[in-house]
Design a protein around this ligand. Structure first.
Ligand SMILES: [Zn+2]
Ligand SMILES: [Zn+2]
Length: 372
């Protein structure tokens, strides 16, 4: 475990925290005017290995060789010149800090979006130490500035590293849809939409980039059920039709041994280490497409009937005859997060092949066509 302290004066800025993998949706921008939950679990932190946050340089100002040296092989909107290693925590874990309301930054809408750099200072010495983000459509978080804080080991009980079997047994999947609250709804007039989960859209954005690379520009089939709902439409639209196709299958702990004809494996990434599950058998050479553990768990072991958010209550004297509840209906077919798709694809060297680069260059058109 670690505590984070102010690099300037040494004051504590957090309690003891355990490191977990950076969520794939950490930088997601979801919907319009929606209120997203807190990104990180209590008692945890994650590290962004790449530079993130202002100052940004636009793509036109960047030498492609420099981008390539940073592991980026196709155009992005911009590159951050901030220091790498920002630490993200739940806002409730930040102690000894004060908001600096003067630095609201640009792009401020319903709250703080952090675009102007650190907006929280050390309460003891006044040094800027962190960026609070709580604007609409962004995950609520505090990002500690890697140059303004120090990480110190804390002598306490370490959160145990869970085995794959223990993770499966915990049964904590990420439901494919969830209620999303519009910003500023007051209690009582709450408008709740049942939408595809932002976490699923983010997870699919990353996975789809890998699936395309793994496809080798051949049609890809994914298993029926949620995997098909999430991936098949986009794969059919972005890849040529006709045989021979490549087979993607769900693989991981608790699932039966793999078929020999599986070319691509949809596997879980460990929530604590971020490492992807690896099969022990001959299928080890198949391309492994990472899914966040909770999404993978819900895809691999779907619940027969998912909980549906309810509003209001049944009038007195009315008896329900619609139990068990039917599966929920979605407002729209599934769409993967386009920016997380882009962020993943530009970091895969295969994006330099012309057909993949074309998909990237046509991303806006693909979004207009409803694929993303
Ligand atoms: Zn807003
Ligand atoms: Zn300080």
């Amino acid at each position: 475990m670690f505590v984070f302290v102010c690099a300037g004066c040494g004051a504590d800025l957090t309690g003891p925290l355990s490191q977990v993998a950076l969520p794939v949706h950490a930088h997601q921008k979801y919907g319009n005017g929606t209120q997203l939950p807190v990104l990180m679990e209590p008692g945890t932190f994650a590290v962004e290995p790449e530079p993130w946050g202002p100052p940004w340089r636009r793509w036109a100002e960047i030498d492609p060789d420099e981008a390539e040296a940073r592991g980026i092989f196709a155009p992005v909107h911009g590159l951050s010149d901030n220091a790498p290693g920002a630490v993200v925590i739940a806002p409730g874990e930040a102690h000894g800090t004060v908001l600096n309301p003067e630095n609201r930054g640009s792009g401020y809408c319903c709250g703080l979006d952090g675009a102007g750099g650190p907006n929280m200072a050390c309460a003891a010495c006044g040094q800027p130490v962190a960026t609070r983000i709580d604007d609409c459509s962004l995950w609520q978080a505090v990002w500690l500035d890697p140059t303004a804080v120090r990480r110190l080991p804390f002598d306490g009980p370490e959160a145990p590293l869970l085995s794959w079997a223990e993770l499966v047994k915990s049964g904590e999947g990420t439901p494919p849809f969830e209620p999303i609250t519009r910003w500023g709804c007051r209690p009582g007039e709450e408008k709740r939409w049942s939408l595809w989960s932002p976490q699923w859209e983010a997870a699919a954005g990353r996975a789809l980039a890998h699936l395309l690379v793994a496809s080798d520009r051949r049609p890809v089939t994914v298993p029926d059920g949620l995997a098909a709902e999430v991936f098949q439409r986009a794969l059919d639209s972005l890849l040529p039709a006709g045989p021979p196709s490549r087979h993607a299958v769900l693989a991981g702990p608790g699932l039966p041994a793999l078929d020999a004809d599986a070319d691509i494996l949809l596997v879980p990434a460990h929530p604590q280490t971020g490492q992807t599950w690896t099969p022990a058998d001959s299928a080890a050479s198949a391309y492994r497409v990472p899914l966040p553990f909770g999404v993978w768990q819900s895809m691999a072991f779907p619940e027969p009937y998912l909980p549906v958010p309810t509003s209001g209550r049944m009038p007195a004297g009315v008896l329900r005859d619609d139990y068990p509840l039917p599966p929920p209906r979605y407002h729209h077919p599934f769409q993967a997060d386009p920016e997380i798709f882009r962020a993943t694809l530009v970091r895969l060297p295969a994006v330099r092949t012309p057909w993949l680069r074309e998909i990237l260059d046509n991303l806006t058109r693909n979004m207009q066509a409803g694929i993303f």
